[in-house]
Design a binder for this molecule. Sequence first.
Ligand code: HEC
Length: 155
Amino acid sequence: MVATWATLDDNARLNSLETPQLMERESTLMKKGQFLALFAALSLAIASGSAMASSDGEKVFKKRCKACHSSEAGKNKVGPYLAGVFGRKAGTATGFKRYKGLKGVDVTWDEALLNEWLTNPKVFVKKRGKKSTSMTFKLKKEGDRKAIIEYLKTL
Ligand code: HEC
């Protein structure tokens, strides 16, 4: 079959005429796209150090802690509010009356202590001369504990 200009439809003719310009436009678009993708990847890499870890921690918080704890200062639930808990003396959330195992325990929350507490609150208070705790909960996965501790630091 012989194709002549007469047998080509208008679109095909337009396309064949515009091809070089289209290709040029496409390649600029691609360059822009690649640049944006690279930029996004770089920003992610930069942010991942802190932001990603704390968002993991936020997920753990929502799933495992939020039923009993609020992240808002002064808002106590079954457990004391956790805003500002990192670096705070244990058992001293304002207005929380239901401390049991942590009442009068002389520790200030840091990474190691929070890790020990979350691993097994009962063992934690027994080691410090208390019989039991009202936090009947263990965060078993080390990765979850790390993530949540990073998150607690931001509250
Ligand atoms: C079933 C309810 C419950 C769950 C779930 C729970 N907690 Fe608790 N939490 C408590 C209670 C109650 C206390 C007070 C314990 C005591 O004095 O014996 C407490 C105390 C704490 C404290 C010490 C606060 C202070 O003021 O000294 C921290 C930190 C803490 N919880 C973190 C967490 C984290 C993080 C999670 C989720 C991974 C979590 N808790 C899940 C009930 C809970």
